[in-house]
Design a binder for this molecule. Structure first.
Ligand SMILES: NC(=O)c1ccc[n+]([C@@H]2O[C@H](COP(=O)([O-])OP(=O)(O)OC[C@H]3O[C@@H](n4cnc5c(N)ncnc54)[C@H](OP(=O)(O)O)[C@@H]3O)[C@@H](O)[C@H]2O)c1
Length: 334
């Protein structure tokens, strides 16, 4: 089965209704296997996935370098999305600074183009918002990249509804990428309604709750030492056991339907978007070919009204925030 297609904002372009999150292929989610990652990229395209999501910070540039050859080999079919705004330092692995100033943006885009080995980025996102820099300045600098032919479409990540409106008035925004899943629904307050109103495609990240919604791990201690989810507030300490118990209704529906919990979680995001009247392209992350048929099939799986009602209370019961520091998320500024 190939994925259906949906519009990317008002760009006129059609993209596969589910994308591929490439982050875990280079960092954050434990051991990586380059050969399997590259095979997964090819298999994803075969399955109808066209939107491939990376960022300059994933592996400090390594993820852009990893997917570059694949993108170049399939340039006409791939919609390449990358991001700027989170600065890292080689001498301090924990260092992070949010940078939205035009000079930084101009340097960041050239570095991404070089690592990817391409002339143009199809969708360039501002990864995080620095409220100290006027949004019009940042989006203005991003619009200049479009005029210069370095970028085709603009996106934002983790902005509020008002920030999305303000940015869209400076230059059309094609996509908003923020966390949205059965566990994380704060975007439904302001960001989702604004995206629906403006015709912005919503790209839900971590639609599988970073893997937790699939039941593949139930506590931080089950993850390897290098897995950053060990420090995630929802997966550590007493929160982990309380949150793991919330998965039971997802597992029951999956068992009754003869599908997987990952498929129920993904189908929920696709269907929840219909309620809000907007286009979504969730980007489940995987490093493995075996997940692709499973995840893409979820895009056309329909949940019943009773199943949706059973899933409705979950997010309201989740304990722990979705980041230790929420200040650079949309919910942290609403
Ligand atoms: N804009 C932002 O701030 C932001 C933040 C985070 C992520 N992202 C983007 O969003 C993408 C997706 O988010 P995410 O990777 O954080 O979380 P996710 O998609 O919710 O979950 C990814 C995890 O689920 C596992 N998984 C995938 N399919 C599965 C299946 N069918 N059954 C069981 N496990 C499955 C993956 O493991 P395997 O690899 O073993 O399959 C991985 O550990 C990232 O890759 C990245 O591109 C953006």
């Amino acid at each position: 089965m190939r994925l259906p297609t949906v519009p990317l904002g008002r760009s006129g372009e059609l993209i596969g209704a589910q994308g591929l999150g490439c982050m875990g292929m280079s960092e954050f989610y434990g051991p990586t296997d380059t050969a399997e990652a590259l095979a997964t990229l090819d298999a994803a395209l075969e399955a109808g996935i066209t939107l491939f999501d990376t960022a300059d910070i994933y592996g400090s540039g390594a993820n852009e370098e990893l997917i570059g050859p694949f993108v170049r080999a399939n340039r006409d079919q791939v919609v390449l999305a990358t991001k700027f705004a989170i600065e890292r330092r080689a001498d301090d692995p924990t260092y992070r600074a949010v940078r939205n100033d035009p000079a930084y943006i101009r340097t960041a885009v050239d570095a991404s183009l070089r690592r990817l080995g391409v002339d143009v980025i199809d969708l360039y996102y501002m990864h995080r918002r620095d409220p100290a820099v006027p949004l019009a300045e940042s989006v203005g600098a991003m619009a200049e990249l479009v005029q210069a032919g370095k970028v085709r479409e603009l996106g934002l990540s983790e902005v509020t509804g008002d920030e999305l409106r303000e940015a869209h008035a400076v230059h059309p925004i094609a996509a908003l990428q923020s966390e949205w899943s059965l566990f994380s629904r704060d975007v439904e307050r302001t960001a989702v309604p604004a995206a629906a109103e403006l015709g912005v495609t919503f790209v839900p990240y971590s639609p599988l709750g970073r893997g937790f919604l699939t039941g593949s791990f139930a506590a931080a201690e089950q993850l390897t030492e290098d897995d950053y989810r060990r420090y995630h507030p929802q997966f550590s300490g007493p929160n982990a056991a309380a949150n793991a118990a919330l998965i039971a209704p997802i597992q029951k529906i999956a068992a009754d339907r003869g599908v997987t919990t990952a498929q129920i979680a993904l189908a929920w995001v696709h269907q929840r978007a219909e309620v809000h009247g907007l286009t979504v392209v969730p980007i489940p992350g995987t490093r493995k070919r075996t997940r692709l048929a499973e995840n893409t099939a979820a895009a056309t799986l329909r949940l019943t009204t009773a199943e949706l009602a059973a899933l409705e209370p979950i997010a309201g019961q989740v304990t722990g925030t979705r980041y230790a520091d929420m200040s650079s998320t949309s919910a942290g500024r609403e």
